[in-house]
Design a protein around this ligand. Structure first.
Ligand code: C5J
Length: 223
């Protein structure tokens, strides 16, 4: 139950308040990671998400479970009738709610096969699952309430994609008073230049959004 420090976190050492920490696994859903999913249907190469970041996300998830952190899994997911999806979102992406690949089902729709979490980081009993209609994990969800009722103060982020749902969730969490850190090598984007710029942005100006480190730093701190 002691505090742990990540000494080489950027922009300065980060304190993990033991027992007050949640691991936030952002949108590790097949919609984004599978070559048959939504991300791929938009013309993106998904392999990098699975090959580069997913193995590190597994390490952080396992370390978090071992250290008895709270674990949160988010999914970008709409109700079947799309009543929680603003028309503007559909206007800019008419694939939402449509079926591009029969095995994946309807894109970004709750409980469809594509809306399931990568098996390597699948939730286990007792872990929080947050279906979010937006990019941010706090918009139109009860995540803030769930974290605060558990006494959580510190959030460790992994997930996809860095500059969309991970960054948005981190910014929302920052505004709600959580101390946030992301592991650079446990998050991924379809666009390497966006990932790089996003991570630099997060820790710039004395940690304007939060901190950054590497997977091994998180794993060592949680030991
Ligand atoms: C996107 C996400 N990229 N999870 N969603 O639309 O980052």
């Amino acid at each position: 139950n002691r505090d742990a420090i990540i000494p080489n976190a950027k922009p300065f050492p980060f304190t993990i308040r033991a027992k007050k920490t949640a691991i936030v696994m952002v949108d590790w859903q097949l919609d984004f990671t599978s070559p048959k999913g939504f991300g791929a249907a938009l013309g993106n190469d998904c392999e990098v998400l699975r090959e580069e970041a997913l193995p590190n996300a597994v390490k952080i998830l396992e370390a978090g479970r071992e250290a008895k952190c709270a674990i949160v899994h988010t999914l970008e997911a709409h109700k079947a009738d799309l009543s929680d999806c603003p028309p503007s979102k559909i206007r800019r992406c008419d694939k939402i709610g449509q079926t591009v690949d029969a095995k994946m089902g309807r894109i970004l729709v709750r409980n469809e096969p594509g809306n399931s979490i990568e098996p390597l980081v699948a939730p286990i009993e007792g872990e929080l699952i947050v279906h979010k209609p937006g990019k941010g994990a706090f918009y139109n969800t009860n995540l803030e309430f769930q974290l605060k009722r558990r006494g959580i103060e510190t959030l460790i982020f992994t997930g996809v994609t860095t500059e969309v749902c991970v960054q948005t969730s981190m910014r929302e969490a920052n505004d709600r008073g959580f101390e946030c850190i992301v592991a650079d090598d446990a998050t991924e984007s379809y666009f390497p230049e966006f990932k790089k710029a996003c991570l630099e942005m997060i820790s710039s100006q004395n940690g304007i959004v939060g901190w950054r480190c590497l997977t091994e730093d998180v794993v060592n701190a949680l030991k």
